[in-house]
Write a protein that binds this ligand. Structure first.
Ligand SMILES: C[S@@+](CC[C@H](N)C(=O)[O-])C[C@H]1O[C@@H](n2cnc3c(N)ncnc32)[C@H](O)[C@@H]1O
Length: 320
């Protein structure tokens, strides 16, 4: 902690071992599904950044506005001199809103997308040269250890972007329980959660006019072709996203336009016309629903902020 601030990098090799196994088992299941964490190769991360700039995609700018408006209070609750861990840090843009006032002992961005993580950590360090950065390439949906965990330094966490909504509620609870365990009693978690709202607003956020979300979804097949030597014909699939009001979630699918077969690692997968691969769910939560979920994972809700339209929420939770 006393040495000069620098960038440290820890590679826990998250996806290379898993992608083949998870893709093959996901495509063997009925209905077919592939976890959304595999969207994020280097190009997928760039496409996600483009999504955040889209007119229709309200979550990013709404969450940033909430962070800007209430940042002072959030900084007080997170506390200075902690090891600040960010889950799914992406381009590390949102943390900047807090870093002008917050003085953590060190910052640990955790992301599955290695090249993007490295680039973002370097860009952040250029702008915040006093920040000690411990960039960690890991899969937070799996058990992993914190590669940097100095004794007697309190921990705090930031989990923006409503990525918690990508998990089924029971998996979200399990993930939050693991976060509570590695943070330790009385630590603070600041987490962004997208809220339930009219289906029209939600449907247009995931079906943008420029087709960037469609390209992001379809890039999953390009990635599988490249990394698993598969032969997906991308033009045989189309992006399909809709709000499933009953389950309170956006569903993203890749829908087969024609009956056809795909070969991956020597295995053949058949697709009927209109059969889909479920690639992402994005659960939306009312404030009390999310607080109840957090409580079952060992957190106490401390504070919550929203925007005027009640589109998005940022929760401050404390480990019991
Ligand atoms: C929806 S984006 C959010 C990015 C950024 N936090 C924001 O709020 O704009 C999700 C981020 O989490 C990362 N990610 C997704 N699944 C992950 C996993 N299982 N483990 C680690 N990182 C993951 C992605 O690479 C991506 O950067």
């Amino acid at each position: 902690m006393n040495s000069l601030p620098t960038i440290h990098f820890y590679d826990l090799h998250p996806s290379f071992a898993n992608i083949k196994e998870e893709v093959l088992s996901g495509l063997s299941a009925q209905p077919k599904a592939i976890p959304p964490k595999f969207f994020y190769d280097e190009y997928g991360s760039q496409l996600f950044d483009q999504i955040t700039e889209l007119e229709e995609y309200y979550p990013t700018r709404t969450e940033i506005a909430i962070l800007k408006e209430h940042g002072d209070e959030m900084v007080d609750l997170l506390g200075n001199d902690a090891l600040l861990i960010e889950l799914g840090s992406g381009s590390s843009k949102k943390i900047r809103v807090l870093l002008d006032a917050l003085k953590p002992a060190a910052y640990m961005p955790i992301d599955i997308s290695k090249a993007h993580l490295l680039k973002s950590a370097q860009t952040l360090f250029n702008d915040y040269p006093h920040l000690d950065i411990h960039a960690t390439c890991a899969d937070y949906s799996d058990h992993f250890h914190l590669p940097y965990n100095p004794e007697n330094v309190p921990k705090a966490a930031f989990f923006p972007g409503s990525s918690i909504g990508n998990f089924e509620p029971n998996q979200a609870q399990a993930l939050l329980t693991r976060v509570a365990e590695f943070l330790g009693s009385n630590s603070t978690l600041l987490i962004g959660v997208d809220m339930k709202k009219c289906s029209q607003r939600l449907n247009s956020a995931y079906n943008d006019a420029k087709g960037v979300t469609a390209a992001f979804n379809l890039n999953l097949l390009t990635r599988i072709n490249q990394e698993l030597e598969a032969n997906f014909e991308i033009s045989h699939f189309k992006h399909h996203a809709f709000y499933n009001e009953k389950l309170g979630r956006i569903e993203m699918h890749l829908m087969s336009c024609i009956p056809h077969e795909v070969q991956i690692d020597g295995q053949i997968f058949s697709f009927e016309k209109n059969e889909s691969i479920h690639t992402e769910s994005s659960y939306k939560y009312a404030i009390d629903e999310f607080q109840t979920l957090a409580q079952t994972a060992g957190f106490e809700p401390i504070r919550v902020w929203t925007d005027k339209e009640k589109l998005f929420s940022v929760h401050c939770l404390q480990v019991r």
